[in-house]
Design a protein around this ligand. Structure first.
Ligand SMILES: O=C(O)CCC(=O)C(=O)O
Ligand SMILES: [Fe+2]
Length: 347
């Protein structure tokens, strides 16, 4: 394990963007992954396998077909794309442009928003955790958006000037979409529309912006290591570069999500896997980088409230379908890793 360090200017230097800007020819060893973790499928070998679902006409007669498509995608992949989702192009373009401006700032200016020890929000290089064995080839900023009282507003960038207003607009619009999707997913499980949202208690929304500069040796590293999202539902806005990969056979084959102009990627996290009593997959995914184009993703995470008791939805448990998960408190299970890290960094 690498030692725990603070996200200070000294420790963030050089960030991956600074490395890319200076034209490094080799990847520093801290970014080089173990042989078995390195990507074998390039960032632009796009797959046609991951479902693309048109959700136009949600309230009308198309709804039952959309629900059926979503149910299939959730049980087979745990990841799919949606088009005609109602989040406007002008808003996604604005947030993208402003996030790009943020990452383009000198490291000194970004470090103003650096993650503080023990708090897993704000700006970081590689990972918000600082005790990872290998670093990821990315810079990121994590912004809490909902409930309003949970906002880390001191770390919401003040530059560009319109950033905060755009983030507010984007997170509101995405939260509306997330709620619609949770309704469709609940119905696809044969439950009432509000079932999953209610089961999350007062759900939390955070936005993570990932910036992946070009990398001289993309075969040796990853933008984000293989993982499943710890929360409930994730909606991701990617650009036209490509790099998000998912596997449904435990890493044997990797499918690269094809960038589609105007589409959003939806993936399920561990909490929906548990709430669905194992019927739906938590998407197993990672991001790869490349040597020609900088990539950026803007990711909305919807998680249960920290004190929420997570369990399979009662309507999905009966004599023939015993509960596969004992109830647990969300933060005890999934913030445990963060806690352990926090104890180390406070030591
Ligand atoms: O950038 C991507 O495509 C993936 C990002 C991701 O998986 C995450 O932030 O959890
Ligand atoms: Fe993820």
């Amino acid at each position: 394990m690498a030692p725990v360090v603070a996200h200070s200017l000294e420790n963030l230097q050089p960030s991956v963007k600074a490395l890319a800007d200076t034209g490094v020819k080799t990847v520093p060893s801290i970014y080089v992954k173990d042989e078995t973790d390195r990507p074998k499928v390039p960032y632009n070998a796009f797959s046609k396998e991951i479902p693309v679902i048109d959700i136009a006409g949600l309230i009308g007669e198309r709804r039952s077909g959309i629900v059926a498509d979503i149910g299939r995608a959730c049980s087979e992949w745990g990841i799919f794309q949606i088009i005609n989702h109602g989040v406007t192009k002008s808003l996604t373009e604005r947030i993208r442009a402003e996030a790009f401006e943020f990452f383009a700032m000198p490291l000194e200016e970004k470090t103003v928003y650096a993650a503080k020890p023990g708090q897993f929000v704000g700006y970081a290089n590689g990972s918000i955790l600082t005790d990872e064995k290998y670093m990821d080839w990315r810079e990121l900023i994590t912004l809490r958006c909902f409930p309003i009282g949970s906002r880390n507003e001191d770390q919401w960038p003040r530059k560009p000037e319109s950033f905060r207003g755009t983030l507010e607009e984007f997170s509101n619009s995405m939260l509306g979409l997330v709620r619609d999707l949770l309704g469709l997913i609940s119905e696809s499980l044969g439950q009432e529309t509000q079932a999953v949202e209610k089961a999350c208690a007062e759900g939390e929304e955070k936005v993570v912006m990932n910036y992946y500069p070009t990398c001289p040796q993309p075969d040796l590293t990853l933008g984000v290591k293989r993982h499943k999202d710890p929360g409930c539902l994730t909606v991701l806005l990617q650009d036209q570069v490509g790099g998000l990969q998912a596997t449904k056979d435990d890493g044997l084959n990797w499918a690269t999500v094809e960038p589609i102009e105007g589409a959003l990627v939806v993936n399920l996290g561990d909490q929906l896997h548990a709430m669905s009593n194992g019927r739906y997959k938590s998407a197993d995914h990672r991001a790869v980088v490349n040597s020609t184009a900088t990539r950026m993703s803007i990711v909305v995470f919807y998680n249960p409230s920290p004190d929420c008791v997570v369990a399979p939805l009662p309507g999905l448990v009966d004599a023939n379908h015993p509960a596969l998960f004992e109830p647990y408190v969300y933060q005890h299970r999934h913030v445990k890793r963060m806690r352990e890290h926090m104890e180390k960094s406070n030591a």
